[in-house]
Design a protein around this ligand. Structure first.
Ligand code: SAM
Length: 200
């Protein structure tokens, strides 16, 4: 539908890529940064953020600000976003885009530093050191009960290398956690995300 509308020049405003996302994508392209979230993940982040009036949102791994911009495009005015990035140049470039939104803050540092400001209503964990079985309980503790954790860039099970058929430790840690309701959602042919909501 979207392609048909675009071909006729009839895309309604709410289906356009949000302007802040466009600016962040331009920054990512300018530096050839290849790790920004997919548009499908961006749309999911926007959907999750939109359900959090007054929500405190945390992102681990800002990159060039693309996923942060998607989160901000959904977040109600009363919400706040903190995004932490270890690489100083990326943090600076992302901030030059995200500073246009007064609800956004970019912190330079290692991901656990941001958890000092817990609890959060929504956490998007998007840096490799935070996407491990060992980090998962820490992330769950940083959620408010009812808060949601999201991890992207998982390979769909059908495409997993044989070495993983006995189980994926990250997925296992999420599904086995006693205070998380977890599900896996395939967002493209090549990508799944984990969604986990804290129950208590
Ligand atoms: C996949 S990219 C983030 C992409 C971004 N979330 C987006 O979708 O637009 C991962 C980022 O995490 C950062 N990173 C890696 N280790 C980190 C750490 N320990 N703490 C904070 N950020 C880290 C990397 O520098 C990189 O920019």
């Amino acid at each position: 539908m979207r392609q048909g509308l675009a071909a006729r020049g009839q895309t309604p405003a709410h289906l356009e890529v949000p302007p802040l996302v466009r600016s962040a994508l331009d920054a990512a392209h300018a530096t050839r940064f290849p790790h920004s979230c997919s548009p499908e993940v961006g749309a999911l982040l926007r959907t999750l953020a939109a359900a959090r009036p007054g929500g405190r949102v945390l992102e681990l791994g800002t990159g060039l600000g693309v996923s942060a911009a998607w989160l901000l495009s959904g977040l109600p005015d009363s919400g706040r976003l903190l995004s932490i990035e270890q690489d100083g140049e990326r943090a600076g470039r992302a901030w030059s885009v995200l500073r246009a939104d007064p609800r956004a803050r970019v912190q330079l540092g290692d991901w656990p530093d941001a958890l000092l400001e817990a609890p959060f209503d929504l956490i998007f964990a998007d840096c490799a050191p935070a996407k491990t079985p060992d980090a998962l309980p820490t992330l769950a503790r940083a959620l408010r009960p009812g808060g949601t954790l999201m991890l992207d860039k998982l390979t769909p099970r059908a495409r997993l290398d044989g070495a993983w058929h006995a189980g994926d430790p990250l997925r296992d840690a999420a599904f086995a956690h006693p205070h998380l309701h977890t599900c896996e959602v395939q967002v493209t042919r090549h990508e799944c995300v984990l969604l986990a909501t804290r129950t208590a």
